[in-house]
Write a protein that binds this ligand. Structure first.
Ligand SMILES: Nc1ncnc2c1ncn2[C@@H]1O[C@H](COP(=O)(O)OP(=O)(O)OP(=O)(O)O)[C@@H](O)[C@H]1O
Length: 411
């Protein structure tokens, strides 16, 4: 369990580094105060994973530093029913001159383990971090990936009750990231609380039970991961001040945006089934009706398929397809996408967006989350595992061809 109550943190900002010294000598104030965190409160129950998302400078790192005890708040408190460990900015807590092994010991003692508890865990930590050959070298000789492996392994083996994960995880290679994810899920299943800070919105949707959106050092939303990601998307599309108005403007619609152009009609159907339920491998027709209220000289229409976890599966838009669109006020056009649903069986949603250029960050006219539903049942082609079918060929011949690029050990 982790409970954070009314955390506040102010920073002193100086125009030039020398102002700090001048202030100390002359005792004349030369700084401005900046509120890094302002009354942040939330609770993470045992076994729960809370995502934290927010724009650059929103206060995520400051929050993590306070939660892990690296920084003290000016006000407020952090309460846990055990130890909090985590993977903070790469290398935090490591001494670059000490070896990996010495760092494991120092770190363990710092986290409150006894020397005996640390000794009992050292081999498992080295083993998980896959650092056997380098463990007696100074950490300054390690690559960023190796530092991350050491940090993750030390932190998770300290048996915390709350584990903090941030972007540092993305430094590792795909193999180690997957290994960490398995370990995180295992920790989750055993009742550990997780604070997961990430810009990877899909990962937030996949891993978290709830998510908070931080903005200017305050909690702007504490809600489901899907709703939090939508809120965050609104923020980065620069519409945060207009949220209320957008909602009102689209009360009878399904989204938000400036409204310069809007999706006023949408339907999808399998080419053979004629319905929202299609077979894997069947072509699907998506029909959209778009109306302009104002001149829109550069219009992009995009579609995004998400699976039942809210994970983005496939997105495409008219900009990628090099179809140029421009609308005058009152223009009403029909746009059709035809996609082949080479997807695993399951439930999908289709989000539709109208914006300029490549994405919605500059001008978001209308964003309609999960506007349409698509059900995939049964397979047209061969069965497959995973989320989608990639066109595949398979050939069988003699093994006397050119050398394989990767030799498998023992062969
Ligand atoms: N040591 C510091 N001195 C002065 N200001 C700071 C300090 N640390 C953070 N800040 C300020 O506090 C605010 C929050 O910063 P923080 O690093 O927590 O944001 P963040 O959400 O983690 O951003 P990012 O996504 O870029 O990592 C920012 O405006 C930042 O400039």
């Amino acid at each position: 369990m982790l409970e954070v109550t009314d955390l506040c943190k102010q920073f002193r900002l100086y125009d030039q580094p020398v102002d700090r010294l001048k202030e100390a000598i002359t005792r004349r104030t030369r700084h401005r105060l900046h509120q890094g965190l302002n009354g942040v409160s939330f609770r993470v129950a045992p076994g729960e994973t809370l995502g934290v998302i927010g724009r650059n400078g929103a206060g995520k790192s400051t929050l993590l530093k306070i939660v892990t005890g690296v920084m003290m708040p000016d006000r407020g408190r952090v309460h846990t029913d055990g130890r909090t460990t985590g993977l903070l900015e790469l290398g935090t807590g490591f001494n670059a001159e000490l070896t990996g092994r010495q760092n494991i010991i120092a770190n363990g003692l710092l986290l409150g383990l006894t020397r005996r508890e640390v000794d009992e865990r050292v081999d498992a930590i080295i083993d998980f971090a896959e650092l056997d050959a380098f463990i007696d070298e100074p950490v300054r000789t390690y690559s960023s990936g190796m530092v991350m492996r050491l940090g993750f392994s030390s932190a998770i083996h300290a048996e915390p009750s709350c584990f903090v994960v941030d972007e540092a995880l993305s430094v590792g290679d795909a193999h180690f990231q997957q290994k960490c994810m398995r370990r995180i899920r295992d920790f989750q299943a055993r009742g550990g609380s997780i604070l997961f800070v990430s810009h990877d919105l899909n990962a937030v949707k996949m891993l978290c039970d709830r998510a908070v959106v931080l903005e200017h050092g305050t909690v702007m939303a504490d809600t489901t991961p899907d709703a939090a990601v939508n809120q965050y998307n609104r923020l980065i599309s620069g519409r945060e001040e207009d949220t209320e108005r957008d909602h009102a403007a689209f009360e009878d619609g399904f989204g938000y945006g400036t409204g310069a152009a809007r999706v006023v009609g949408a339907e999808l159907a399998g080419e053979d089934s004629g319905a929202e339920t299609v077979a894997s491998g069947e072509w699907v027709n998506i029909r959209l009706v778009i109306q302009a209220e104002h001149p829109v000289p550069d219009l992009t229409c995009g579609i995004l398929l998400r699976d039942r976890f809210g994970q983005d599966i496939y997105g495409v838009n008219t900009h990628y397809l090099e179809e140029r669109l421009a609308l005058s006020p009152d223009d009403c056009i029909e746009l059709r996408f035809r996609i082949c649903a080479e997807l695993a069986s399951g439930h999908y949603t289709l989000t539709v967006a109208l914006h300029s250029a490549e994405n919605h960050l500059e001008n978001c006219y209308h964003w309609c989350d999960n506007l349409l539903q698509l059900q995939v049942a049964g397979v047209r082609t061969h069965p497959f595992a995973g989320v989608c079918r990639l066109p595949t060929e398979c050939a069988i011949g003699s093994a006397e061809g050119p050398m394989f690029k990767k030799r498998i050990a023992g062969s």
